[in-house]
Write a protein that binds this ligand. Structure first.
Ligand code: TRP
Ligand code: SF4
Length: 328
């Protein structure tokens, strides 16, 4: 019998999602829903590892993230959508895995080392933060996921997951497959200021931005820095606005901008407006779905209840095998 490959991925709820999140992860998730058996979840416990001092926002962020997901076309009919903290089995498996995970594996995790250096305004020297990848391993293998679509930054975590699964199987008999990372392409667009698009840089276009906001934000974008006046010819190859055109405008317009910019036949103000119109059109169905779900909070709540029931059933079955293997 041929069975669909099982995929799992998650995101920490840390605020509104933007175009970078869409092109870097969500668009891929939406696509693979049809080919694979997909589990997508909101990692609210993981958000606590760094935000334990301010847990108050997490619930709001979970709701917002769910609406963001539904707005881009993640479908509760195709995929199992759920919230990590609804499935207590993750915590039980996390505990068992913590018994067999050598601390040096966690201490040499590059993401951990990097964040310990970079993040200065919070005390991250906690057991939970060090154990982040152990919880992530539990998230993944409790569903016996075979593949995990993630960005490059998460590859070390999937690698630790494989090592933990291997160690468990070695000690107690084979229960878990070793999941593979599926690398998601990095998004082809940058933020308004040409740095990586990020909520904390204040340079993002959010999936929920309305048309007016899109026009205002795109008007602030940095263009070809050598083009001081409208009469100067520009170079679209080094212009962020042109990269956006390539994503959101039709090919005729892209060709026209490419020609006209170089001969100063179009000004940046007009060029940005044309791009904003295309971007706004691109986000139109996303906005429509957002309105639909925002008007139906009960439906949204029910989606994760139903998704949670499905997830719990699978997770529960695995945990029975795990307890049997551990004779506990
Ligand atoms: N660590 C992931 C991130 O920050 C979120 C996450 C938690 C995750 N558990 C997961 C991703 C399991 C994939 C699989 O993006
Ligand atoms: Fe960039 Fe458009 Fe201005 Fe050319 S005309 S520099 S592509 S914004």
């Amino acid at each position: 019998m041929s069975r669909k490959k099982r995929i799992l991925s998650g995101m920490r709820p840390t605020g509104a999602l933007h175009l970078g999140n869409f092109h870097g992860a969500l668009s891929n998730w939406v696509k693979i829903q049809d080919e694979y058996e997909c589990f997508f979840f909101i990692a609210d416990w993981h958000a606590l590892t760094s935000d334990y001092e301010n847990p108050g926002n997490i619930t709001e962020y979970v709701k917002g993230m769910l609406i963001d997901w539904l707005s881009v076309g993640l479908s509760p009919e195709k995929s199992t959508l759920f919230v990590q903290s609804h499935i207590k089995e993750h915590a039980e498996l996390f505990l068992f895995l913590s018994m067999i995970t050598p601390v040096p594996w966690l201490e040499r995790n590059p993401t951990y080392k990097e964040q310990m250096i970079q993040i200065e305004n919070r005390d991250l020297s906690t057991f939970g933060f060090l154990g982040y990848p152990v919880l992530q391993a539990a998230d993944i293998i409790i569903y016996k996921a075979e593949a995990v679509p993630v960005g490059v930054d998460q590859v070390p975590h999937v690698e630790i997951t494989r090592e933990i699964a291997r160690r468990f199987n070695h000690l107690y008999g084979k229960v878990f497959p070793e999941p593979e990372a599926i690398l998601t392409e990095t998004p082809k667009i940058l933020g308004l200021d040409r740095r990586k698009m990020s909520k904390s840089y204040n340079n993002a276009i959010f999936l929920g931005d309305d048309e007016k906001t899109i026009f205002t934000k795109t008007a602030q974008m940095i263009t070809d820095p050598d083009r001081a006046r409208k009469s100067d010819p520009g170079n679209p190859d080094i212009c962020n606005v042109f990269d956006f055109h390539k994503m959101y405008s039709d090919s005729g317009l892209v060709r026209e901008i490419n020609e006209q910019c170089r001969i100063a036949g179009i000004g940046c103000v007009e060029c940005k407006k044309k791009m904003a119109a295309g971007l706004s059109r691109f986000l139109e169905p996303v906005r429509e779905r957002r309105v639909y779900y925002e008007e139906r909070p009960q439906l949204v709540a029910d989606i994760v209840v139903t998704g949670g029931e499905k997830a719990r059933k699978t997770a529960g079955q695995t945990m029975e095998e795990v307890r049997a293997a551990l004779k506990i």
